[in-house]
Design a protein around this ligand. Sequence first.
Ligand code: LR7
Ligand code: MN
Length: 570
Amino acid sequence: MRRIRANAIAILTVAWILGTFYYLWQDNKPQTSPSSASQPRAAGARIHGQKGSSGRLEIHREDRTIPLIVTHPPRAEQQLQLMGGFEEKAYLAGKQMKPGEDPYREHAFNLQESNRLGSERAIRDTRHYRCASVNYDADLPPTSVIITFHNEARSTLLRTIKSVLMRSPASLVQEIILIDDFSSDPEDCQLLSQIQKVHCLRNGRREGLIRSRVRGANAASAPVLTFLDSHCEVNADWLQPMIQRVKEDHTRVVSPIIDVISLDNFAYLAASADLRGGFDWSLHFKWEQIPIEQKMARSDPTLPIRTPVIAGGIFVMEKNWFNHLGQYDTHMDIWGGENFELSFRVWMCGGSLEILPCSRVGHVFRKRHPYDFPEGNALTYIKNTRRAAEVWMDEYKQYYYSARPSAQGKAYGSIAERTALRRKLNCKPFRWYMENVYPELRIPEQEAVSSLLKQGDQCLETRGADDLVLGECRGHGANRPASQKWELVEPFLRQQDLCLAITAFTAGSKVKMEPCSTKEPKQRWRPRGTALQHMVSGLCLDSQTPGGPPAITQCRPQVASQSWVPQLIT
Ligand code: LR7
Ligand code: MN
């Protein structure tokens, strides 16, 4: 009898344990939401059960384990409150696609997919898992979110707004200001102002995104401005990291990592965390890899990434700082160029730009503009970028004109106000920006000119391919010895067909001359002030005086043995 009872207890215990495991497994099982069945599983995953506003599970992707935190839509009652008297169904139904219509025609993305998705969906939390344990101040200042749009699809616009309301601490979002840039249907905007916190301003004529944002900023009542495009979805905790950085230093202008929302199926895809904003001399924006030295120095993936320029659409900036720096150049029209103008201005006039990897916002990237440019797309881009180049790029604007010869002679209006602003703010020269913010931007290949490389009154000299010294400068003009004549054709330091190369990538390695090769990383140098930095090792050419042969050592600003002043040989 006793044995039977013991067996029964054992069976019950095992059953209880198994039951518990089954329950926990169920609780963590990803479920594909019906509305996003055709999307990658990660994008549509949801967590089952009541676990507050987020839960965590792990999925295996490639060779890594990525913690997957999916964000929940809020519970029903919360939602009713957020949405005020807004009638979502009627709003979305008010603009439906006609049967047989090309779903890409109107917005340059798949409108049918966007409409099918619904106004709120769970998306994958694409941050590095360490972001979840970063702490932010409890007393962050609130922000006004500014969204300008021209004929945006109702479903994408609404999803942008609801994602902001759902995924931001309510106390941080003071208001959402929509600027309807003269869209065909005024109701696209008007109806949305029934949602709590949402205000709608409509332009009486098409102004373009630059003047529209200024209008929004002027109407904003919070101390911090947050700009968003009208087809975004913000991700978990997107706002806190940005407001925190701005609170700590009001001169910072910060943006999130911009994730990709597929224009075809609206899947939410994580963007690389190793990118920053860059451009070429035609003032064409591009994402580029963080320079290798900076990448190697990043011990903590939650730290900000310095960026020479921002993409332009999604950023946070203190309102006073925005005003102090002269808002935007309101003579720029429709679209384009304002991100360069703002970026140069911020850096050169005492601020900084960064991308915060713990903030993620999705954006629908398109291949064409779905709207018209009254003056034409090309002319508008030229006008806007020409204004940026003329006001901010000093002598470097010549490279803009060589890269974009068609810009010469095109109208760009008066820049008097903006140059006066630059003087008033006492901004640094573009050379400073080139040397300190964007030294990776190469100057187009110049005619090779011969120079001495002087240190004090001595010259860098070759006595043999393996024998470099700091020697007395000899001769004059054309009579300078060939062993002291250098051609500085970036990234090379050349003597005829030989190039200065390091012998190893470590500090203390000697330098030598070897046949030039564009593929050889050991031969790549860049000027940094008067120092010559080897691009890959990050180390600087050092004469190691007294006594030593020239070698590469840790760069130290203003150290005499690392200073090489080029003197043209004429
Ligand atoms: O006349 C217009 N009036 C507007 O209000 C034209 C556009 N707009 C609105 C438009 O509805 C949208 O909300 O302005 C916003 C930006 O226009 P998009 O989405 O057509 O531009 P984009 O995403 O191709 O362009 C990027 O570069 C622009 C240069 O002027 C702006 O800075 C955009 O804000 C910017 N978008 C981003 O940075 C998001 C990331 C994309 C990248 C790179
Ligand atoms: Mn956009």
